[in-house]
Design a protein around this ligand. Structure first.
Ligand SMILES: Cc1cc2nc3c(=O)[nH]c(=O)nc-3n(C[C@H](O)[C@H](O)[C@H](O)COP(=O)(O)OP(=O)(O)OC[C@H]3O[C@@H](n4cnc5c(N)ncnc54)[C@H](O)[C@@H]3O)c2cc1C
Length: 320
């Protein structure tokens, strides 16, 4: 079997997992090996219409919230007992973390951020390294091949309406595996859009100047149903919460349009928005490196440009 780890986000199967399952189905078709899945926690939904024939559900109150070692213990248990040909997850922060634990627990090598998987002899992968600035071709060894699929590479889809069979495994987590676990959640987004669902993301950097300065970005984003993100300078200065940082050490986003305001375009920032379909840069320095990566550019002061655009949008909306 090919075993896929199913990750959830806001009570639904995550977008990255659906993309990973598209890759898993291709591998299943190519190798003739059935696709199975592992879900953890009582609230986890079973992935329907994804071509999965069998689900291992780990069900115990101690596993309901994310606990990397405890969850990896569950998944590693299946690897050790049933020896899947491939164990795969989405290359989200959690997916990569959980798979690293699985690698340590099973002693098998792991390839993260894979763009292409060729399940021959040798088993080959093409994967992103250094935030996507290097592509590496590698051979993956190990009785079970452990890998994660890069985000926004495989297109999510549907296959097979039949419900999978479900095997419930009542697995209490050992105390030592629960040292790191989610104990509380804070709601950070009040509106329905966030960095990962918004079609337009408006990012602000040092050029915004202050936490108050972000008001012009929020007002503009509010008019176009966009989400507001920030560079590391903006989050380090406390102008925006870390949860909305875009970049290597923040979020990887893939909106239709990313509008970067007062952001110079350091490589560590660009890594976070390289999935955007289009990039518009607003910067008062025409030599800012971000312009070289931009589809559209405006040279000027964001504090003049954004309020003017917001006012124009409002004017047009009110005149119907
Ligand atoms: C290991 C590592 C990880 C990192 N991870 C991240 C990450 O995840 N995300 C991230 O963003 N950075 C990250 N960084 C930091 C990164 O290298 C840059 O320092 C950072 O992105 C710069 O932020 P900035 O563009 O807001 O600021 P600056 O580079 O200072 O650029 C500010 C820009 O604003 C323009 N500007 C100023 N005033 C205005 C105005 N009124 N109107 C219009 N434009 C104006 C300026 O011309 C300038 O181009 C990381 C660095 C390291 C070493």
């Amino acid at each position: 079997m090919i075993l896929a780890f199913i990750e959830h986000e806001d009570g639904a199967v995550s977008a990255g997992t659906l993309q990973m399952l598209a890759c898993a189905r291709l591998l299943s078709a190519e190798t003739g090996v059935p696709l199975h899945a592992a879900v953890i926690g009582a609230h986890a939904k079973l992935p329907a219409g994804q071509g999965i024939s069998h689900v291992y559900r780990f069900d115990h109150p101690s596993l309901n919230e994310y606990a990397p070692a405890a969850w990896a213990r569950c998944v590693s248990g299946i690897v050790q007992q049933r020896m899947p040909a491939i164990l795969m997850a989405a290359a989200t922060e959690r997916g990569n973390e959980l798979m690293a634990w699985c690698g340590a627990m099973t002693g098998m090598p792991l390839a993260v951020n894979c763009l292409r998987v060729s399940p021959g002899q040798p088993f080959q992968v093409l994967r992103q390294r250094y935030g996507g600035s290097l592509l590496e071709e590698a051979n993956l060894s190990g009785a079970t091949k452990l890998l994660t699929t890069a985000l926004h590479v495989f297109e999510a889809g549907e296959a097979g309406a039949a419900d999978p069979s479900v095997e419930t495994i009542p697995a209490p987590a050992a105390e030592k595996d629960l040292r790191a676990r989610v104990v509380a959640r804070e709601q950070t987004h009040s509106s329905g859009v966030n960095l990962h669902t918004a079609r337009v993301v408006v990012g602000g950097g040092r050029g915004v100047g202050s936490a108050e300065g972000f008001r012009v970005l929020e007002e503009f984003a509010g008019e176009i149903n966009g989400a507001v993100g920030g560079s590391r300078v903006a989050t380090n200065n406390g102008w925006r919460p870390h949860a909305v940082q875009v970049g290597l050490t923040g979020n990887r986003i893939a909106p239709d349009l990313y509008i970067a305001c007062g952001i110079s375009g350091a490589i560590q920032h660009q890594v976070g928005c390289k999935g955007a379909k289009r990039i518009l840069v607003i910067n008062k320095d025409r030599e800012a490196p971000f312009f070289r990566r931009a589809d559209f550019g405006v040279v000027g002061d964001l504090h003049e440009i954004l309020p003017a655009v917001t006012a124009e949008i409002r004017k047009r909306k009110s005149s119907g």
